[in-house]
Design a protein around this ligand. Structure first.
Ligand code: PLP
Length: 290
C-alpha cells in the first residue's frame, strides 16, 4: 500500500510526482478540483463529483469535455494501485503550462493531476462531543459554486478559526445570513425541520449536502433550502457541517452559544447512517481534524 499520484494518465509514487513551475495552477491557481472518497475500494457518489467537475471546468472556461479524460477508469485504477480500502482521491485540472501572463491562449492543453492517499477518519471522540464553530465575515470571491483551487481566503478563514480554538468558521454574508464553512456546508435543525442555505453562487454545491438532502427527503424528514439568519443559527436545536471528508459532523457550540444543550443532537446522528462506513477500524487510520 502506498500513496500514489497520477499525472495526465501516468501513475507514480507520490514522492516522484512533480509539475512544471509554469503550470498556471502553480502561478495563478488557475484550475478546478474535486475530492472524492472511496470506502472498501468503491468511490462514493462518483458520477455526482464528475458532473460537478465538468461544471467547474465550464465555469472557468477550460473548454474541456471531462468525459474524454477517462476519469472514471483512472480513479478505479488508482484505487486498485494504491491498495488502500478507504481512499482520499484528490483531482485537479489546471489550464496548463504557459509563460506567465494573466490572459491565456484559447488552445491550451489542461493538466490533470490526481493523488490517492489513505482516507483519514474523524476521531470518534470528536463526533461524540461535537465541534466548536465561530462565525466570520465573507472574504471570498463571488463564484463560490465553482470548485476553484484558489482557496487563499478559505485557508485564512480556517487557520484563523483554528488559532482561536475553533474547528472551523461559518461564513456569513454582510446581512448576517449563513453561507457555509471554509470547507463544508452547513445545516441546522429547527423544530424537526432540516434547513440549509440555498445552492446559489455564494456556496459550493456540496455533493454530501445533496446526498444528505436526498436521504432526508426519502426518510420523510421535512427539508428546507432557504436563507438562515445568524439569530436562527444560534438558536437552532442542532447544527452540523457536511463534506466528503467528514460526512456529517455535529457542532456543540457556535461562537459563545451552546447548541442543543452543548451536545450533538439525534438528527445529525441519524443522518450519518446514510453514509458508507469505513472499511478499516478507526484505530488503523490517522485521525483528522479536516
Ligand atoms: N463548501 C466548501 C467551501 C468546500 O470546500 C467543500 C468541500 O471541499 C464543501 C462545501 C463540501 O463539498 P462536498 O460535500 O462536495 O465535499
Amino acid at each position: 500500500m502506498a500513496d500514489i499520484a497520477c499525472i495526465n494518465g501516468s501513475f507514480m509514487d507520490l514522492a516522484d510526482a512533480v509539475v512544471p513551475i509554469e503550470d498556471r495552477g502553480y502561478q495563478f491557481a488557475d484550475g478546478v478540483y474535486e475530492v472524492i472518497v472511496a470506502h472498501g475500494g468503491v468511490p462514493f457518489l462518483l458520477d455526482e463529483h464528475l458532473a460537478r467537475l465538468q461544471r467547474s471546468a465550464d465555469g472557468i472556461g477550460l473548454g474541456l469535455d471531462c468525459a474524454t479524460l477517462g476519469l472514471d477508469d483512472l480513479i478505479r485504477d488508482g484505487i486498485a494501485r494504491c491498495g488502500y480500502q478507504d481512499v482520499m482521491i484528490y483531482m485537479q485540472i489546471t489550464r496548463g503550462i504557459a509563460s506567465r501572463e494573466h490572459a491565456y491562449a484559447a488552445n491550451m492543453t489542461p493538466n490533470l493531476v490526481m493523488t490517492f492517499k489513505r482516507k483519514p477518519i474523524i476521531a470518534p471522540a470528536l463526533r461524540e462531543t461535537g465541534i466548536d464553530l465561530e462565525t466570520v465575515a465573507d472574504t471570498r470571491w463571488v463564484h463560490c459554486s465553482i470548485k476553484s483551487i484558489a482557496l487563499l481566503a478559505n485557508i485564512m478563514i480556517k487557520n484563523a478559526a483554528k488559532q482561536r480554538g475553533f474547528f472551523d468558521a461559518i461564513i456569513l454574508t454582510a446581512d448576517y445570513e449563513v453561507l457555509e464553512t471554509s470547507c463544508a456546508n452547513v445545516f441546522i435543525v429547527s423544530g424537526g425541520t432540516l434547513i440549509t442555505p440555498p445552492a446559489d453562487t455564494r456556496i459550493l454545491h456540496g455533493i454530501t449536502r445533496g446526498h444528505l438532502l436526498e436521504s432526508a427527503r426519502n426518510a420523510n424528514i421535512p427539508c428546507e433550502e432557504r436563507s438562515i439568519s445568524k439569530t436562527e443559527l444560534l438558536s437552532a436545536d442542532e447544527v452540523f457541517i457536511t463534506s466528503s471528508s467528514i460526512d456529517v459532523l455535529p457542532a456543540r457550540r457556535v461562537d459563545d452559544q451552546p447548541i442543543g444543550g452543548g451536545k450533538p443532537g439525534p438528527l445529525g446522528k441519524r443522518l450519518l447512517e446514510c453514509f458508507p462506513k469505513s472499511a478499516m477500524p478507526a484505530n488503523t487510520h490517522g485521525s483528522v481534524t479536516a
